[in-house]
Write a protein of this length. Structure first.
Length: 200
């Protein structure tokens, strides 16, 4: 078994062990950023159990949701059926899959934590998947979360700062790049948030 297969299986186990990896609710940053946008075509990368993909579909977006965990995708399908919305669920490993270029008005990556070399590859492909005028949204645990926040991965290599994300997605106009605090499990967490737009 390759290392990638092992990682996928580990994520399948994590999804099977709990009802939700994050929460049952859509990510509040995604809700805040995508809420005011006119619905179009969205690509949710590392969609997990579909909390964000289903919320986007409910707002009228045509959503493609990608994850390599079949357990997560099955949850997403059930969630979409309950919400009576359509989502195009696709099983891919983001380290090898190349999304269609120039195709999406919104590409989201919410709490995907990879080592820097892998993150750079995924981010570049995510940016290339944007249609002209499309927005890229990246939300994840900030490296400062280790000392200042609760939860999230404890390996500093897979955490990041907003500056690192900005440096890794060339060819876009950065609209927002910041560290943001949010309530989490009785404490606070620190997230890195980047919103960038491909020139129209
Ligand atoms: C912390 S969860 C976040 C899920 C979702 N974005 C959310 O906010 O609820 C991270 C997700 O990334 C997926 N993932 C990790 N590495 C991946 C890869 N190489 N290819 C595809 N999905 C991956 C996992 O299966 C998991 O569902």
């Amino acid at each position: 078994m390759t290392e990638h297969d092992e990682r996928r299986r580990a994520w399948d186990r994590r999804h099977a062990e709990r009802e939700h990896i994050e929460s049952g609710e859509p990510d509040p940053v995604l809700v805040g950023e995508a809420g005011p946008l006119p619905p179009g075509r969205a690509l949710d990368l590392a969609c997990g159990d579909g909390r964000n993909a289903v919320w986007l579909a409910r707002q009228g977006w045509h959503v493609t949701a990608v994850d390599f965990s079949s357990v997560a995708l099955d949850r997403g399908r059930r969630r979409a059926a309950e919400a009576e919305v359509e989502v195009d669920w696709q099983a891919h490993d983001l380290l090898t899959w190349i999304p269609p270029e120039g195709s999406f008005d919104l590409v989201s990556l919410v709490y995907l934590h990879l080592p820097p070399d892998e993150r750079r590859v995924v981010l570049r492909r995510a940016a290339r998947a944007l249609a002209p005028g499309g927005r890229l949204l990246v939300v994840g645990h900030h490296r400062r979360n280790l000392a200042e926040g609760v939860g999230g991965p404890q390996d500093p290599r897979v955490l990041y700062t907003e500056e690192e994300i900005v440096a890794e997605v060339p060819g876009v106009v950065v609209e927002r790049a910041e560290a943001r605090r949010a309530s989490h499990g009785g404490g606070q967490r620190v997230d890195a948030v980047v919103v960038a737009r491909r020139a129209p």
